[in-house]
Unconditional design. Structure first.
Length: 599
């Protein structure tokens, strides 16, 4: 697929508000179609999603692919009928009577969950005052005016999956039909292309094929095993990260994997994140906790000494492995795991230093992300929520400092009013991959909470004690998740500098084996990751294998190459480079690596 025009670029041309209305209305059309065709199906909920919609049904017989086709056909009939979508308000007693007529038990549960005093509304497909049949569900909206506003060729039903009622495994198992809906058929086609391309790039499939990592179920789900090739790439990523941070004025620290539970009680994690933390372990009659966050450890180190304003800002960075409990059903390759390494850093600074420090973090984020091939970002500034800690004055000053840094950087950004954490405003950066998907990676958060909870302070110029501002920030988010994004962005075809094996030496016959082994030693001595194909297979099979393993450079060696002390170079990016003397080949490869370019 040619991704010069990314599917995501086409999809983002859609109007988000109208898309939401289209998808919400299409979900109701689907539910009406299902209950028209399958009289025993009971409806539950059917919201719009980021890429479409779904509805959950209680039905004894499973829906089949053939059923989905029938439902789509009925949906098109309902769309072409241009049924009006009518909003109606009801009293609790009146709507309960309507539900009981339909014998819809899940609607009764939904009704019971609506708070007293809240307006109860239903939306109908078809005129409820006329003599023709109509369908309805409890819903807050919004919707289109008629089903005719849905393009009949801009939606599709995609799959069926099991889902527990209200997400609770103690409740009934329902059938969830997923669908997608767009403004135009072209957008639907782009969405479907993106899905197909995403399947080809799936990091779980490529991770196995390229021997990068595995999830060993015998060791428990959600735990990552880095194989030698993946381990090589991880080392490259981490070494680059460390060098960049040292150059940017950070000091590298390392903290334990476990701590006394009291630490997490002081930090507040035990109250706010308990369900995402592993159970405690008892050691010498005290409770210890696997760490879900690194920040309290850095706080303790700051508190360990008395600091002057002259020492600030203090920038501490750590590749710290944390552990969080995720339900087995939510685990997903490298993207959702139970143990992962955050590229964490914390900056302790004064109020007046916030803007400069944030600007420095934005520059560092841009440098790091661009190095790995990401140059398009979506940036969000999240402001004070309803519940928060800290004074209004410090919130205003801190939020203004974030704005100043973003304006100075020249990045366009969206303001998410009230979307900040309770402990401070934040900036989130989403990177865009090769097919136009956006991934949340870098985050920068101001924190007024932990310095208060742990009673942090520094000595000011007038010898008074002042609370420092704490900045949390991560650039990759986590090494594991970022690595999964990298795999999918490059479809496993990594740039030369990052590839686990950069050069594959391929002897045409056994007669060249000693020669290629000697060349491999020269390359390794020059810092290249070179390997020899020792399989004894025919040359074409060796080349095919190297192509499947996505080796960036192949050096084929026959009798002529041995005689001329040269290599026949082939690259994945630019094809056949001809026969090149060994010394020149080394120079070319080293220069491409140095420039982080393709050969």
């Amino acid at each position: 697929m040619d991704v010069a025009v990314k599917p995501g670029d086409i999809l983002r041309q859609a109007d988000p508000d109208r898309l939401h209305r289209i998808r919400h209305t299409t979900s109701h059309v689907m539910a009406m179609a299902v209950q028209s065709l399958f009289k025993d199906a009971k409806v539950t909920i059917g919201p719009a999603t980021d890429t479409g919609f779904y509805y959950d049904f209680d039905r004894a017989e499973p829906f089949t692919p053939q059923d989905l086709k029938k439902i789509e056909k009925e949906m098109r009939r309902l769309i072409k009928a241009k049924l009006p979508v009518v909003r109606q308000e009801f009293t609790r007693e009146a709507i309960r009577a309507e539900i009981e007529k339909l014998n819809e038990p899940y609607k009764l549960e939904i009704l019971a969950a609506i708070p007293e005093g809240e307006i109860i509304t239903r939306y109908t497909l078809g005129d409820p005052t006329g003599d023709k049949p109509f369908w309805w569900d409890l819903c807050a909206g919004p919707h289109l005016a008629t089903t005719g506003e849905i393009h009949p060729e801009a939606f599709a039903l995609e799959s069926v999956a099991g889902a527990y009622w209200r997400g609770d495994e103690k409740n009934a198992m329902l059938q969830r039909i997923y669908g997608t809906a767009w403004e135009t058929p072209e957008q639907l086609q782009a969405h479907q292309q993106q899905i197909e391309e995403a399947k080809r790039r799936d990091h779980r499939k490529l991770g196995k094929e390229l021997q990068l990592f595995s999830i060993q179920e015998e060791a428990g789900g959600g735990l990552v095993f880095w194989h030698p090739r993946g381990g090589t790439m991880r080392r490259l990523i981490e070494d680059y990260w460390k060098d960049m941070h040292v150059a940017a004025g950070y000091e590298l620290v390392s903290t334990p994997h476990v701590a006394n539970l009291d630490l997490w009680k002081i930090s507040g994690h035990n109250d706010f994140y308990r369900e995402s933390m592993f159970d405690t372990m008892e050691i010498e009659e005290q409770q210890y906790q696997l760490k879900p966050m690194n920040c309290p450890f850095h706080v303790l180190m700051f508190k360990d000494g008395l600091h002057s304003y002259r020492e600030l800002p203090m920038r501490w960075a750590e590749l710290g492995t944390v552990y969080r409990y995720e339900r087995s059903g939510t685990l997903h390759g490298l993207m959702r795991v139970r143990g992962f390494t955050q590229d964490d850093a914390h900056i302790f600074c004064t109020e007046d230093q916030i803007a400069a420090e944030i600007f420095g973090v934005l520059n560092l984020a841009e440098t790091v992300l661009t190095t790995f091939g990401f140059a398009d970002y979506e940036v969000n500034l999240s402001t004070r929520p309803e519940k928060y800690v800290g004074s209004d004055a410090i919130w205003e000053k801190a939020t203004d400092a974030l704005r100043q840094a973003l304006d100075r950087k020249g990045w366009a950004y969206k303001v998410d009013e009230g979307g900040g954490a309770f402990y401070g405003p934040k900036i989130d950066i989403k990177i865009e991959d090769a097919i136009g998907r956006r991934w949340q990676c870098s985050t920068i958060q101001l924190d007024f909470n932990l310095p208060e909870r742990f009673d942090l302070h520094y000595v000011s110029e007038d010898s008074s004690r002042i609370r420092p501002i704490m900045i949390h920030r991560a650039l990759f988010g986590s090494i594991e998740r970022f690595f999964g994004i990298l795999i999918e962005n490059y479809a496993g075809d990594f740039p030369l500098w990052l590839a686990p094996a950069q050069v594959r030496l391929i002897p045409v016959t056994d007669g060249q084996r000693d020669f290629v082994e000697d060349v491999a030693k020269q390359m390794k001595a020059a810092g290249l990751r070179a390997e020899v194909d020792r399989s004894g297979d025919r040359m074409q099979k060796q080349i095919r294998k190297a192509e499947l393993e996505k080796i960036p450079v192949m050096a084929v060696v026959g009798a002529k190459e041995v005689e001329s002390a040269s290599l026949s170079l082939r690259t994945r990016k630019n094809g056949d480079l001809g026969t090149v003397p060994i010394a020149i080949a080394l120079e070319k490869i080293q220069a491409a690596i140095q420039n982080r370019d393709w050969l």
